[in-house]
Design a protein around this ligand. Structure first.
Ligand SMILES: Cc1ncc(COP(=O)(O)O)c(C=O)c1O
Length: 349
C-alpha cells in the first residue's frame, strides 16, 4: 500500500490487530496444547460463539471466503443453486470459489441496495422440479451487505419465513455481522436466528485473522468437520484462531469495536454529505461510506488518501468506498473530510 498522509480508508482489512487480540495470542503461546482444536482455548471459544449466537456448533476457519464455502457446502448438493445479490462478495470477489469448490451455480439477482427481498428471490424460483434446470436451494445474504447496508430484523425474518415456506435454506455471510448488530442495536442471536448457517467475522473487527462458521441446527452440522478438513481450513495450531475469538467476545469487545467503526463512518458521512457535488450512493448503516464524487475529485483525493474506487459511471462521476475500522480516530475522519472539502472547492475554482 502506498504511503499516504493519514489513516487508510481503503478497507477495514487495512487496520492492524486489536491489542487485546495480540495479548490473547501471547497468552495462548504459553506452553504446548493439543493440535487441531482439541484444546481448552478452542473449547472455550467455540462454546462462547455458540452461546452468543444460539448456534449448535461452531467451526473456526482462516478467512471469510473459506467460511462462506464451508457454510454453503453443508447446505447444497451439486445440482442445487444459491440465490444471491449480484453485488455480493460471494459472486464478485471470491474468484469463483463457490463455482470451483462447490461446483454449484449462483443465481444472481440485481438489487437497488445489495439486499434481497422475497419478491426478488421469487423471480429466481423458476424451473423447480424440472430435471433440466438447476434447483434453487439456498438464499445467500450478507449482513452487512457489500454496499454497506443492513437488513432490518423485520426484513431478515421475512426472508427467513419466505425461505421456509419455499423449501430454501438461508446462509448469512457475517463478515461484518458485528457492524450490523451495532447498527441495529440487537444481539448476535437476533440475527443468527434468521439463518440456518452463518459466518461470524473476526478479521474486519480487529482480529489477526479468523472467521467462524456457526451452524444453527444439529442436522446441518453433519459432516462439517470433514468438509472443513477437505477445504484445507483445519488449523493445526487451532488455539491461535480460538484465542482471537475469545478476546473479541470478552466483555463484548466485538460490539464495542463495531460501534466505534460505525460511529466514525457516521461522522464522516455527516461531514461530507452536504458538500457541493458530493452524494451518498447508499444509506450509511455500518462502517462503510459510499460517496459519489467526480472522477477528478477522486483522483485528487487519491494522491494523499487510501480508499477504493468502487464503481465508475458513464459520465464523470464515480462512487468511492470509504471504510472505517475499530482503530479509526475522529481526527482521522476529520482529516479526510477536510481533504474531500478541499477537493470539492478546488473543482469549483
Ligand atoms: C461481505 C464479505 N464476505 C466475505 C469476505 C471474504 O473475506 P476474506 O477476504 O477473508 O476471504 C469479505 C472480504 O472482504 C466480505 O467483505
Amino acid at each position: 500500500m502506498a504511503n499516504k498522509v493519514g489513516k487508510s480508508f481503503g478497507s477495514d482489512n487495512h487496520a492492524g490487530v486489536h491489542p487485546a487480540v495480540l495479548a490473547a495470542l501471547a497468552a495462548a503461546n504459553d506452553g504446548d496444547a493439543v493440535a487441531y482444536g482439541d484444546d481448552e482455548v478452542t473449547r472455550i471459544a467455540t462454546a462462547r460463539l455458540c452461546a452468543a449466537a444460539g448456534a449448535r456448533s461452531a467451526y473456526l476457519v482462516f478467512n471469510g471466503t473459506a467460511a462462506n464455502i464451508l457454510g454453503l457446502s453443508l447446505m447444497i448438493r451439486p445440482y442445487e443453486a444459491v440465490i444471491c445479490a449480484d453485488t455480493s462478495h460471494l459472486n464478485v470477489d471470491e474468484c469463483g470459489a463457490a463455482e470451483r469448490v462447490l461446483g454449484c451455480k449462483l443465481l444472481t439477482v440485481p438489487t437497488a441496495d445489495g439486499k434481497l427481498s422475497p419478491r426478488l428471490i421469487a423471480e429466481r424460483l423458476t424451473g423447480r422440479g424440472d430435471e433440466h434446470r438447476v434447483q434453487p436451494r439456498v438464499i445467500q445474504i450478507a449482513q452487512v451487505t457489500e454496499l454497506g447496508t443492513c437488513y432490518s430484523l423485520r426484513e431478515l425474518r421475512e426472508l427467513r419465513e419466505f425461505g421456509q415456506q419455499n423449501g430454501l435454506l438461508t446462509y448469512l455471510d457475517g463478515a461484518r455481522i458485528a457492524n450490523a448488530a451495532a447498527y441495529l442495536g440487537c444481539s448476535l442471536a437476533d440475527i443468527a436466528a434468521c439463518a440456518d448457517i452463518l459466518s461470524f467475522g473476526g478479521t474486519k473487527n480487529g482480529a489477526l485473522g479468523f472467521e467462524a462458521v456457526l451452524v444453527m441446527s444439529e442436522k446441518l452440522a453433519d459432516g462439517a468437520q470433514y468438509h472443513r478438513k477437505q477445504q484445507m481450513q483445519l488449523a493445526s495450531k487451532m488455539r491461535f484462531l480460538a484465542a482471537q475469538a475469545t478476546a473479541l467476545l470478552a466483555d463484548d469487545l466485538w460490539l464495542a469495536n463495531a460501534r466505534h467503526a460505525n460511529a466514525m463512518a457516521a461522522r464522516l458521512a455527516d461531514a461530507i454529505a452536504g458538500l457541493p457535488g458530493v452524494g451518498l450512493a447508499y444509506p450509511v448503516q455500518s462502517n462503510g461510506v459510499f460517496a459519489e464524487i467526480s472522477r477528478q475529485q477522486a483522483f485528487r483525493l487519491g494522491q494523499d488518501w487510501n480508499f477504493h474506487v468502487w464503481s465508475e459511471g458513464a459520465d464523470d462521476r464515480c462512487v468511492v468506498r470509504l471504510m472505517t475500522a475499530f482503530d479509526t480516530s475522529a481526527a482521522d475522519v476529520d482529516g479526510l473530510a477536510a481533504a474531500v472539502k478541499a477537493a470539492v472547492v478546488s473543482r469549483e475554482t
